[in-house]
Design a protein around this ligand. Structure first.
Ligand SMILES: C[S@@+](CC[C@H](N)C(=O)[O-])C[C@H]1O[C@@H](n2cnc3c(N)ncnc32)[C@H](O)[C@@H]1O
Length: 269
């Protein structure tokens, strides 16, 4: 059972009231131009070669794994802890999709030419262990690539900046298990001996809060914070009022930076 303080739909898709809703969330997000572009870049960072064998953990619907397979003529194995997601990936044509936990990958050492995790480490119980597993299953000279938003980088233009910061902190520190880890991915790969590490940043800027699902219900975060005792009810109401005022005035702006981090396992190429 998830700690209610850190529970999030993507920590336990199958135990959500409507697991298929989370499939639809992924589809909406993947259709955003920002996401499509960074996902393509993340695959380039894996330096895939035709005939290579790659692993995606937390693969969701498997669309990115399929894209890597068809674009680079590589073999791809996808794992996800959610049966709902794996069933979806298989229904979409990805035969090599399996239920597995990133903390305990069911593969031998040095098996893959590369492995990636896209918006997964923010949700896992023990990111260090997942990274150990990624480093274990990738061969010497192979690649590891990671992408996540870092919620320490959030900004929001509403009329009360102190209140905005409090609500954004709640999102960063409570609603997600590892919401502020992404700027540390490079260091975590360095600590595991990876070399040739690159860190790229891309900022998602949202001007229309109804247009981008990645905002993930931002308007409701203050009331969630209030329900969990992190904010007074009057402050939660005020947040929604300021939020709606900003939208009506056409000046709503929310931004968060994604980090794309990649590195090479030491040893023979
Ligand atoms: C935000 S979704 C991202 C899915 C996909 N990578 C994408 O970019 O569309 C996070 C995914 O990670 C999966 N997940 C969460 N914890 C996991 C774990 N410990 N091991 C494997 N998958 C996990 C969830 O089930 C979910 O499908």
């Amino acid at each position: 059972m998830d700690d209610p303080g850190t529970a999030h739909g993507f920590t336990s898709v199958d135990s959500q009231p409507r697991p298929d809703d989370w499939v639809r969330v992924l589809d909406r997000v993947a259709a955003e131009p920002f996401h499509a572009a960074y996902k393509q870049r993340l695959q380039e960072l894996l330096r895939p070669a035709a005939g290579g064998l790659f692993l995606e953990i937390g693969a969701g619907t498997g669309d990115a794994a399929q894209a890597l397979r068809s674009r680079w003529e590589a073999e791809v194995v996808a794992v996800d802890s959610s049966l709902t997601m794996v069933a979806q990936a298989r229904a979409r044509g990805l035969e090599q999709a399996f239920v597995a936990d990133g903390h305990r990958l069911p593969f031998g050492a040095d098996r893959f030419d590369g492995a990636w995790a896209d918006r997964v480490l923010q949700h896992v119980a023990d990111p260090d262990r997942v990274l150990d597993e990624l480093a274990r299953v990738v061969r010497p000279g192979g690649r590891v690539a990671l992408a996540d938003p870092d919620y320490d980088t959030q900004v929001l233009d509403i009329d009360d900046q102190d209140l905005a910061r409090r609500v954004l902190r709640f999102r960063a520190d409570v609603l997600l298990r590892n919401g502020t880890l992404a700027h540390r991915h490079g260091g975590l790969l360095t600590a595991r001996g990876l070399v040739d590490i690159t860190v790229e940043a891309r900022t998602l800027v949202v001007r229309d809060p109804s247009a981008v699902d990645n905002v993930m219900g931002l308007r409701t975060w203050a009331h969630t914070a209030s329900a969990r005792g992190h904010l007074g009810p009057a402050d939660a109401d005020r947040f929604v009022t300021r939020f709606d005022e900003a939208v009506r005035a056409g000046r709503f702006t929310y931004a968060v930076t994604f980090f794309l981090t990649a590195g090479t396992l030491p040893g023979a190429a």
